[in-house]
Design a protein around this ligand. Structure first.
Ligand code: FES
Length: 193
């Protein structure tokens, strides 16, 4: 083989490899873009489902009212009762979800008025228990205690604030609530954003 032939063969080989690399690059890029397009709507939907009150956070007027329970079913002696909050409808840009569990509350009744406390401890978010024996609330994770009015009762409690309240109203014989979650472990009560 002459030197000229060898040089020509090398050039062909280089062109061939360049072409292969280009093809591989196009295939990989196409797959990556497809994957991102497929995953993004799914991830956004999951985020909304996991945090259904997120969209309204920061503007209380935008938080929808949720019907919880008939007023008559609450004890008139102020004894707290625990209720799960199911949002009737949660919507994101693509889908409408029905009956979405959002959290839980303790409700206490005084006459026609109802107070709602978020079940989540304001320290790090564990579920708070109502203790009928001592008639108070207790968080078993790090031993925070709260009175029936939601305030911290033991100075050793690590919770930086009392239990988080939410707006309630009584309409048509039912208790309604504007359910919200709040930032844990800070003194101020700040809705999650
Ligand atoms: S999470 Fe309740 S005391 Fe820490």
């Amino acid at each position: 083989m002459t030197e000229e032939n060898i040089t020509s063969a090398d050039a062909n080989s280089t062109n061939c490899c360049d072409e292969d690399s280009r093809r591989k690059f196009i295939v990989v890029s196409t797959l990556a873009v497809s994957a991102v397009c497929g995953v993004f709507p799914f991830a956004a939907g999951v985020t909304t489902i996991l945090d259904p009150v997120k969209k309204s956070a920061g503007d209380k007027e935008k938080v929808p009212w949720t019907k919880v329970v008939p007023l008559a079913s609450l004890s008139e002696d102020g004894k707290p009762a625990k209720y799960e909050i199911i949002l009737e409808q949660v919507q994101d840009a693509w889908t409408t979800y029905k009956n979405v569990p959002a959290g839980a509350v303790y409700l206490t009744r005084k006459g026609e008025g109802v107070t709602a406390f978020n079940l989540k401890c304001p320290h790090l978010g564990c579920a708070v228990d109502y203790r009928s024996k001592s008639n108070d609330y207790f968080c078993p994770c790090h031993n925070s205690t709260f009175g029936l009015d939601g305030s911290v009762t033991d100075v050793k409690s690590p919770s930086p604030r009392g239990l988080d309240t939410m707006d309630t109203k009584v309409e048509g014989g039912f208790v309604w609530i504007r359910f919200q979650q709040f930032r844990p472990n800070i003194v101020e009560k700040v809705p999650l954003s």
